[in-house]
Write a protein that binds this ligand. Structure first.
Ligand code: PMP
Ligand code: GLN
Length: 399
């Protein structure tokens, strides 16, 4: 038998050749190895509500969901997702035909792109982009066309979208806009005016839209999360993605969802059924309960994270970082240039040794790594004392 590993043809297909180990796995492994505080990969260090954990235990014990749940997700969860979209945003979806439960938002993104793209179709996505976007576009044979979010000139301002650049990026080959608001890693929340312009562009150029809104409940100050599907002409062309991992602090459960018209959801489901068929049953029962939590849960969740953002932001400023103020998500993007540093990847690889903190280099989220060369992302979904300790350690860097 030929030794395939020595043949001239690479084992990994060429669509995925550029994708090695994700930065999140690399940096979390570094945190484990060094014992450093992990402000890299975005996961909370406190689990979500006790009663929701208990709901999962109960489902498991009562034998609900221990065997394959229905392909589109259990009806209780689909109904709860539809009720959530209606209650929060006035968006009405039929739980039977317009809602699909996925194995996290990650599978929703992959299934949507695999469903909606032909090889060679162009997909416009904001840069810096969440890493699975590039990989999922590649798996579908699509071509990614980044539109770069840029920090506003004044110190401390946030990243914004240039609408002219977005318009200019659309060609006759553009099939789809892949939107993310609130945006990981920059924390940008698209405004009503920006979303209106995006919607007008999508309608004018007849584009499909996949919108990743997993941080929908993490918006701060007087910022509001507005779902793109609620804008004129968008319902019929938009696949919206949510995740219990983010909203309820159970990232390990991998329960996400898609809402959209029957046509769109059927297409996504066609792919999803051959990726995982279903995601974990008992957790679906628990997430159905979580989505029905009273407003006070969501308000407290948001207020806690706002406090944590300010706590870590102040610490990072005191440590000499340039801080770009996030309006949403649980991430802060910084610039390390004021520290006399230039290269985010090198900085993040040595940071645990130098001061016992792990962060993520945003440079890996750009097609043009120079654009984000000196940007580093910190997650603040951690206990207050952990954030204080991390800030103290980072302040020793400059000293
Ligand atoms: N989209 C964005 C913007 C994210 O930050 C993440 C992850 N953390 C995901 C999708 C994936 O979510 P999930 O863990 O539900 O797969
Ligand atoms: N979305 C999380 C983050 O941005 C990571 C999830 C993952 O590791 N795939 O940190």
């Amino acid at each position: 038998m030929t030794d395939m590993t020595s043949s001239a043809r690479p084992i990994l297909n060429r669509r995925l050749a550029e994708f090695g180990t994700t930065i999140f796995a690399e940096m979390s492994a570094l945190a484990v190895k060094t014992g450093a505080i992990n402000l890299g990969q975005g996961f909370p260090d406190t689990d979500g509500p006790e009663e929701i954990r208990e709901a999962a235990v109960r489902a498991l014990r009562e034998g609900r969901g221990n065997q394959y749940p229905p392909g589109p997700g259990i009806p209780e969860l689909r109904t709860a997702i539809a009720a959530h979209q209606l209650r929060r945003y006035g968006l009405s979806y039929d739980p039977d035909t317009e809602v699909l439960v996925t194995a996290g938002a990650t599978e929703a993104i992959a299934a949507a792109l695999l469903a909606l793209l032909e090889p060679g179709d162009e997909v416009i996505a904001f840069e810096p982009y969440y890493d699975s976007y590039a990989a999922s576009i590649a798996m579908a044979g699509g071509i990614r066309v980044p539109v770069t979010l840029r920090p506003q000139s004044e110190q401390g301002a946030s990243f914004r979208l240039d609408l002219d650049e977005l318009r200019a990026a659309v060609t006759d080959r553009t099939r789809l806009l892949l939107i993310n608001t609130p945006h990981n890693p920059t924390g940008t929340v698209l405004t009503r005016a920006e979303l209106t312009a995006i919607a007008e562009l999508a309608v004018e150029r007849d584009l499909l839209v996949v919108t990743d809104e997993v941080y929908e409940h993490l918006v701060f100050d007087d910022t509001e999360h507005l779902p793109l599907a609620s804008f004129p002409g968008m319902r019929e062309r938009t696949v919206t993605i949510g995740s219990a991992g983010k909203t309820f602090s159970f990232t390990g459960w991998k329960v996400g969802w898609v809402t959209g018209t029957q046509k769109l959801v059927t297409a996504v489901r066609t792919v999803k059924q051959f990726l995982t068929y279903v995601s974990a049953g008992p957790f679906q029962y628990a997430v159905a309960e979580a989505l029905r939590l009273p407003d006070v849960y969501f308000d407290t969740f948001r207020a806690d994270h706002r406090r944590k953002r300010d706590l870590l932001g102040d610490g990072l400023r005191a440590a000499g970082f340039e801080v770009y103020q996030p309006q949403g998500t649980y991430f802060i993007t910084t610039d390390i240039t004021p520290l006399g540093e230039k290269d985010a990847l090198a900085f993040c690889r040595t940071l645990p040794e130098r001061c016992g903190v792990v962060a993520i280099p945003n440079s890996v989220f750009y097609d043009d790594p120079d654009a984000g060369r000196s940007q580093v992302r910190f997650a603040f979904c951690k206990k207050d004392d952990v954030l204080h300790e991390a800030a103290d350690r980072l302040q020793r860097l400059a000293a």
